[in-house]
Design a protein around this ligand. Structure first.
Ligand code: NAD
Length: 308
């Protein structure tokens, strides 16, 4: 298959490219390198430096590469930036996505795979873990732009004859992770531990997230490429992990006695979230394999090697 991966120079996108290439697919990365890096792109992939908001340049990439599948990872990913500048967030995450969707229709792509969010979509659900039918009540412009794009994906898919799979990621962490992403705390703590500085915890540290390792997320993207059905799936572990748990496990993994300091809770942040992943287990046969201990060990290994 010929697959375009937008955002393929980023953290998750580059893992997805590697997974596709390992299965013999041809990959074209479309990325403006705003938060990604050319070093992340596997050498076997083609690359075009292009902003998804630049319709003319994007059109040229579609015309020349003729993708069968488009996997859309390019996005403004910072929840706090979206609060400060919702217009920019919408411009990239909705406007850019609309360009990609329009070109899928015009160039007769067969399938669109979209990286949405489970961590920032459901707000504060009454029942955890939250299933896909939990009301989507995002607390941030980032969550709103992802939800809106999900709806545009379903609309374009239905009206323009291509299939779609929407993956609602929990908090994705791992090697090459971007500290601005939804699981940024892990990357930030690793860097603080390396530089001997204290790790900053907002509030009491009992706020929870569902942390899924990027190797499991890239495997979900591989399965999504061959799935015959369409659908929207949570991708996580269903386990609630607090910031205090992360501190404890990082202590075990690094064997370093680092210090923590607490600051006031940040407004607008979700208190507790975890995702019910029974639907994706049933339809794709996917479930997270890496334990948090294993995932944090490999992530810490990467951060320490990078320091050396
Ligand atoms: P990342 O910043 O490492 O990757 C995003 C990539 O998109 C970067 O390479 C960046 O250069 C590129 N990009 C940004 N704006 C662009 C534009 N206008 N045109 C072209 N390229 C552009 O972040 P990530 O954590 O790998 O996130 C990848 C995707 O997964 C995003 O859509 C994000 O919303 C989604 N997601 C991530 C998480 C998480 O925990 N990291 C959780 C849920 C969803």
């Amino acid at each position: 298959m010929r697959i375009i991966v937008t955002g393929g120079a980023g953290f998750i996108g580059s893992w997805v490219c590697e997974a596709y290439i390992s299965e013999g697919h041809e990959v074209l990365v479309v990325d403006n390198l705003s938060t990604g890096s050319e070093d992340n792109i596997p050498p076997e992939a083609e690359f075009i430096e292009c902003d998804v908001r630049d319709f003319a340049r994007l059109e040229k990439a579609f015309r020349q590469f003729r993708p069968q599948i488009v996997n859309h990872h390019a996005a403004q990913i910072n929840v706090r930036s979206s609060v400060e500048n919702p217009g920019f967030d919408a411009d990239v995450n909705i406007g850019g996505s609309l360009n990609v969707l329009r070109l899928c229709a015009e160039h007769k792509a067969e399938k669109f795979i979209f990286s949405s969010t489970g961590g920032a979509l459901y707000g504060e659900p009454e029942k955890l873990p939250a299933g896909e039918s939990t009301p989507a009540l995002p607390l941030s412009p980032y969550g709103i732009s992802k939800l809106s794009t999900e709806n545009y994906v379903r609309y374009h898919s239905k009206n323009h004859g291509f299939g779609h799979v929407i993956l609602r990621y929990a908090n994705v962490y791992g090697e090459r992770q971007n500290p601005e992403g939804e699981a940024g705390v892990i990357g930030i703590f690793c860097e603080k531990i390396i530089s001997g500085e204290p790790c900053l915890i907002f509030g009491d540290g009992e706020q929870t997230r569902d942390y899924v390792h990027v190797s499991d997320v890239s495997r979900a993207n591989l399965l999504a490429a061959t799935l015959k059905e369409e659908g929207t799936f949570n991708i996580g572990t269903s386990i609630e992990i607090s910031v205090n748990d992360i501190v404890r496990i990082l202590g075990e993994v690094t064997k370093i006695e680092f210090t923590t300091i607490h600051e006031k809770e940040r407004p607008g942040e979700v208190r507790r979230i975890s995702l019910d992943c029974s639907l994706v287990a049933e339809k794709l046969g996917w479930s997270a394999q890496a334990t948090l201990h294993e995932g944090l060990s490999s992530t810490w290994g990467w951060f320490s090697r990078r320091r050396d």
